[in-house]
Design a protein around this ligand. Structure first.
Ligand SMILES: NC(=O)c1ccc[n+]([C@@H]2O[C@H](COP(=O)([O-])OP(=O)(O)OC[C@H]3O[C@@H](n4cnc5c(N)ncnc54)[C@H](O)[C@@H]3O)[C@@H](O)[C@H]2O)c1
Length: 459
């Protein structure tokens, strides 16, 4: 392994508090990337969001060079770089696009352990945009190599992953590394100003919250799509299809497997749960939930094992409730948002307050995916850091607490789940595209589906 370059040896002098958009904690001066210094970036996970986050970083006004990429599948790595290189918005902003996105083939790594070789390339910043199950091992490795990290949410799919991620967050703080988490509402002016007003008492004591991610459905990727991503053995006649391994199929169709995505409540609804906990400035102590599958792949458990609707009643230590709805049901009411009810009024944390202190946000609304990278790059260039890792883990765990309550139809306590909750992907560090995934179909081809009342969150 290459030795750590000096420019990543951080000076531990204190820094002036950051201003504006950044939620800052554990701020420290770093010895690199100040001013116009080049920030060398590695991307792990070259799908939709990985490509999008890299574009946002390229548009953030810094001097960033993409030096290596990693993906489970070679075609994803190549198509990501091609898309970025052709992107008109990037061409408009970045002068030397070809040079900044010139990742040689030998620095495009593939396979489930490709992240290690990519992170080993001399770099400052690692962006992780893989399915949630893989993030703890990848984050841990990036921190062990002294890299700043932006990790998409959720940071894990299970309790073991949350604990592993949290330990690496502690390590990142010791090393004064920047950790950004893709809960982008925390970077948007409209949210920050409203939540600040709530914290300052605009709606009195917060007594209840409602949070929603009610959508109509998501994508599904069949075995043929995984096959198209596999490297073809030399000499195989065209027309002959390579049967993908079960692991390749699941990794490409990751949303539909609990061990990979953590189900919809973890994968998408986390955004709204995170806002609720941010508003309350606390995390729940227990959760009671219910849910099931009405429409998911027409009830075909050979295609998907996750729920398509959940309802949770979270309770905080002072008795405050947070009610959550998450669903993917075609034909249903769709709504994504959050609301806080207090003793003096009601707030929509995305920009309005009713009651004793009515108010509407009138400033410039920010687009979270861009703003979070503007903040990240500007912070690194000031030679500073911030660390969002702890709330990234706690909000992920809040979603997992809700999922376990819905799967079991029992009241689940935060502390007990943190201590005794499941490892859905034991031995993940040795997984390859040819190994059996931790969830396999039964003899009838069906994947196991949790049955409320029977599912045990601790077994
Ligand atoms: N913050 C947001 O608003 C937001 C929006 C979309 C997605 N996301 C998050 O980004 C992550 C990726 O989502 P996406 O929509 O880009 O999915 P995607 O399927 O488009 O991309 C995931 C990529 O990871 C690759 N991959 C799978 N296993 C891997 C491994 N072990 N190592 C390296 N690469 C691996 C896949 O081949 C794929 O290219 C998810 O966690 C998702 O929740 C966040």
């Amino acid at each position: 392994m290459p030795s750590e370059p000096n420019r990543r040896n951080f000076l531990k002098t204190s820094a002036a508090a950051t201003t504006g958009a950044v939620v800052a904690s554990n701020i420290a001066r770093t010895a690199h990337a100040q001013g116009s210094d080049e920030i060398r970036m590695v991307l792990v996970g070259c799908g939709g969001r990985g490509t999008g986050a890299t574009k946002n970083i390229m548009l953030a006004g810094g001097n960033v060079k993409l030096v290596a990429v990693a993906d489970a599948f070679p075609k994803k790595a190549d198509s990501c770089i091609n898309a970025l290189t052709r992107d008109r918005d990037i061409q408009d902003v970045v002068k030397d696009v070809k040079e900044k996105l010139d990742v040689p083939q030998e620095q495009r790594f593939t396979g489930l352990d490709a992240f290690k070789a990519a992170i080993d390339v001399d770099a400052d910043l690692v962006v992780i945009a893989t399915p949630p199950a893989f993030k703890p091992q990848q984050f841990e490795y990036a921190i062990s190599r002294g890299r700043h990290v932006f990790s998409e949410k959720p940071v894990a799919s299970d309790v073991a992953g949350c604990r592993r991620f949290m330990e690496a967050v502690a390590e990142s703080k010791k090393k004064n590394l920047l950790v950004g988490i893709g809960l982008q509402r925390r970077h948007e002016n409209q949210y920050k100003e409203t939540v600040q007003r709530i914290h300052d008492g605009a709606i009195g004591d917060v007594i209840a919250m409602r949070v929603y991610w009610n959508g109509q459905g998501i994508w599904w990727k069949g075995r043929d799509q995984a096959a198209a991503l596999m490297a073809r053995p030399a000499g195989l006649p065209t027309g002959l299809i390579v049967e993908p391994s079960e692991m390749a199929f699941q990794c490409n169709n990751w949303y539909h497997f609990n061990w990979l995505s953590g189900d919809q409540i973890c994968e998408q609804h986390i955004h709204n749960l995170d806002v609720g906990c941010w508003v309350k400035d606390a995390y729940p102590v227990e959760c009671n939930g219910m849910g099931g599958r009405e429409q998911r792949m027409e009830g075909d458990a050979t295609k998907s094992q996750i729920f398509d609707h959940t309802f949770c009643e979270y309770t905080f230590s002072d008795g405050t409730k947070m009610f959550s709805q998450g669903r993917h049901l075609a034909g249903s009411w769709t709504h994504v948002g959050e609301y806080a009810h207090g003793s003096k009024g009601t707030a929509d944390p995305s920009g309005s307050i009713m009651g004793a202190n009515p108010w509407n946000f009138t400033g410039q609304r920010q687009q979270g995916h861009q703003q979070e990278q503007n903040d990240l790059i500007a912070t690194l260039q000031r030679g500073e850091i911030y660390n969002e890792g702890e709330y990234g883990v706690k909000s992920t765990f809040t979603a997992i607490l809700g999922r376990e309550a819905c799967y079991s139809a029992k009241v689940i306590k935060w502390d007990e789940l943190w201590e005794k909750g499941k490892d859905l992907c034991p031995g993940i560090d040795s997984y390859t595209l040819d190994s059996d995934p931790p969830t396999m179909p039964g003899p009838d081809g069906k994947y196991p589906v949790p049955v409320p009342g029977q599912y045990d969150p601790f077994a």
